[in-house]
Design a protein around this ligand. Structure first.
Ligand code: XMP
Length: 506
């Protein structure tokens, strides 16, 4: 594996994703908590950082223990750190360089630059620059404005690049990373989805034996792929629970249940809508609503898990981004929304936990899902929040409002599918606003609800742009909604990016 040492850059996860895409396994660890380096580590990458190497409190990494022993690649801050820590000099640039640059010259003989084209575009984002290199370090690439765009240490496989090869704006960044990972570190590209699935199924068989396992399905990609993997390992001993919280999309409960049954999974569908509606009655504050939904989910799941006798394990669809201990160089971040709210310790939490996807990114989960022959439509589903339509109905939630919003959402999502826009959009949904407005229908005055449509493009939901959907499409959807959904007479489209807005309205 390749070890990535994270100094807090926004794009560290992209390094890992690019390497995984080459079918090579890698892990990210924070600079201040690096595990002991085992024999299976074949190379190390030092990430970028929001810090400057000139700051006193900048991330420190003991590179003496790595240099010369393992191939080493420093990216941006990582490169500056290597240069400075070994006797070179890094100073503040006159201007912060941000954006595309071109490799004006590079050493085509150097293994790091094999197959790279002249003037290749690279992505820069730095405020410091390397002005003096330590002894034995040689420049192997320069751009118009940065002399030390890349360096190599003579006689060892230590490299530094000032630009970000992991970002897709670096046109041949993937090739450069491949040169490092495959050619320089000698990685074999055999970490394929098929291989992952086979090994994981064998491991699960061994670990779970004849034990019974409980898993909460949500209809989403992660829990579904986790369920299929475990089912392949232990068959009927996997007991899945799929809870209808009354806040799902139109027909979702029955359709998803049917597709799970079609996949041969042993699933119990539990319709707990009324319990959720009761708990939500009169609640208007978004956090109160989220907490109530979280609490009832735990209660329902707890009740159901007791019905599975002798269960020993709780399986979860946790994925790698939830596991990585990412370093926040700016201190702890504020709670914007309480996503998970598990008060006390319900009985099912006392089970042993099994998480077969904890080493995978979302795209890895999809690739494994594909190799397991899971329906592509299920694998390509947009994310949908756990509290469902409950946080898309602004203000208090009632069953009547839920059915209005289900109709609106259904028209919007079907429209996206019909117009082949579904996959262009990362996530889409509609919000029922606590606002009435005047309209006219025939000769009659109406005074009805407003809905907002929201569709975003994004990579991981951390940042998002509003999707530029064609006006013709918006016109058709808006007409359909107003004509077909009783209680709605106005449709608006949300044109806010995240940040400063969020994807959901609550
Ligand atoms: P925001 O609104 O924070 O949403 O921009 C980012 C992503 O997270 C989803 N989301 C949730 N997912 N439980 C979930 O499982 C939640 O409580 C929750 N709240 C937001 C949201 O749909 C988007 O994909």
């Amino acid at each position: 594996q390749i070890l990535i040492i994270d100094s807090g850059s926004q794009v560290t996860q992209l390094i890992a994703r690019r390497i995984r895409e080459m079918n090579v396994y890698c892990e990210i660890h924070p600079y201040n908590n690096i595990p002991e380096i085992s024999d299976d580590v074949i190379g190390v990458i030092l990430s970028g950082s929001p810090c400057s190497v000139r700051q006193d409190d900048a991330p420190q990494i003991d590179t003496n223990t790595l240099r010369g022993k393992l191939p080493l690649l420093g990216i941006c801050y990582g490169a500056q750190y290597l240069a400075q820590a070994h006797g070179g000099e890094v100073t503040a640039s006159k201007i912060r360089e941000y954006g595309r640059a071109h490799l004006e010259s590079f050493n085509a003989e150097n293994p790091l630059f094999q197959g790279i084209s002249p003037k290749s575009t690279v992505w820069m984002s730095h405020g410091d620059t390397i002005t003096t290199l330590p002894e034995n370090f040689e420049i192997i690439a320069s751009t118009e404005s940065v002399e030390v765009a890349a360096f190599h240490v003579k006689g060892e496989a230590t490299y530094g690049v000032q630009f970000h090869p992991e970002v897709t704006h670096s046109d041949e960044g993937e090739q450069l990373l491949k040169n490092f990972v495959v050619n320089i570190c000698g990685a074999s590209q055999n970490w394929t989805p098929d291989a992952f699935a086979d090994t994981m199924i064998a491991e699960l068989k061994e670990k779970l034996g004849d034990d019974r396992v409980i898993l909460g399905l949500s209809g989403g990609v992660d829990s579904s792929v986790a369920a299929v993997l475990i089912h392949k390992a232990i068959g009927e001993n996997l007991h899945c629970i799929f809870v209808n919280n009354g806040l799902l999309r139109k027909n979702e409960f029955s359709e998803v249940l049917k597709s799970y049954e079609g996949m041969g999974l042993n699933v119990k569908g539990v319709d707990a809508s009324e319990r959720f509606y009761d708990a939500l009655k009169g609640l208007k504050d978004p956090e109160d609503k989220r907490k109530a939904i979280g609490r009832v989910f735990v209660e329902v799941f707890d009740d159901e898990s007791h019905k599975v006798e002798n269960a020993k394990w709780l399986a979860q669809g946790t994925i790698y981004p939830d596991v990585i201990e990412s370093v926040s160089v700016n201190g702890p971040s504020a709670t914007i929304k309480s996503h998970h709210n598990v008060g006390g310790l319900p009985d099912f939490m006392k089970l042993k936990v099994v998480e077969p996807l904890r080493s995978l990114f979302k795209d890895g989960v999809r690739r494994v899902g594909k190799s397991l022959d899971i329906d592509p439509q299920l694998l390509g589903r947009h994310p949908f929040p756990g509290p469902g339509l409950g946080i898309r109905i602004l203000g208090d939630v009632t069953p009547e409002k839920v059915s209005i919003l289900q109709e609106v959402d259904h028209i919007f999502i079907q429209g996206l599918r019909k117009h082949h826009l579904y996959d262009y959009v990362w996530q889409a949904g509609s919000m029922l606003l606590p606002v009435q407005s005047v309209g006219v229908m025939g000769d009659e005055r109406t005074y009805e609800s407003v809905v907002a449509l929201r569709a975003v493009t994004s990579v991981d939901g951390m940042t998002a742009d509003w999707a530029e959907l064609p006006h013709e499409f918006l016109k058709e959807v808006s007409n359909d909604i107003i004509n077909r959904v009783k209680g709605v007479n106005r449709v608006v489209y949300d044109i806010s990016s995240k940040p400063p807005a969020t994807i959901e309205w609550e």
